[in-house]
Design a binder for this molecule. Structure first.
Ligand code: SF4
Length: 100
């Protein structure tokens, strides 16, 4: 009997916190541009920081904001640069078309 009450309290507490976390996650959800994740997938994903950004996601954001060039990623394979550049060209073209 001594073990049942603490177990019950922990179970109720765990459930309550789970509901709270779920609620907070839905309230503060920020929709992200899916292009960011697609760009991260095109980068080496080493998160080495050699580009001057803390990780590949930040570099992807900088690329999509036209603040960096694909070659700024130091460990990238040379044949991957045109692939990223083509993606960026299409991205900027579509972005410009949406604005007009
Ligand atoms: S240099 Fe390349 S691999 Fe390293 S964090 Fe920057 S984007 Fe990622």
């Amino acid at each position: 009997m001594q073990i049942i009450l603490p177990a019950l309290v922990l179970a109720v507490l765990g459930f309550g916190l789970g509901v709270l976390i779920n609620f907070v996650a839905k309230v503060f959800y920020v929709e992200e541009d899916p292009a960011i994740e697609e760009m991260v997938d095109l980068l080496p994903r080493y998160n080495c920081g050699a580009c001057g950004h803390p990780g590949c996601k930040e570099m992807a954001i900088a690329l999509l904001e036209n603040k960096n060039k694909p070659a700024d990623c130091k460990p990238i394979k040379k044949d991957q640069i045109p692939v990223i550049q083509e993606y960026l060209d299409n991205y900027f073209k579509n972005k410009k078309a949406k604005e007009n």
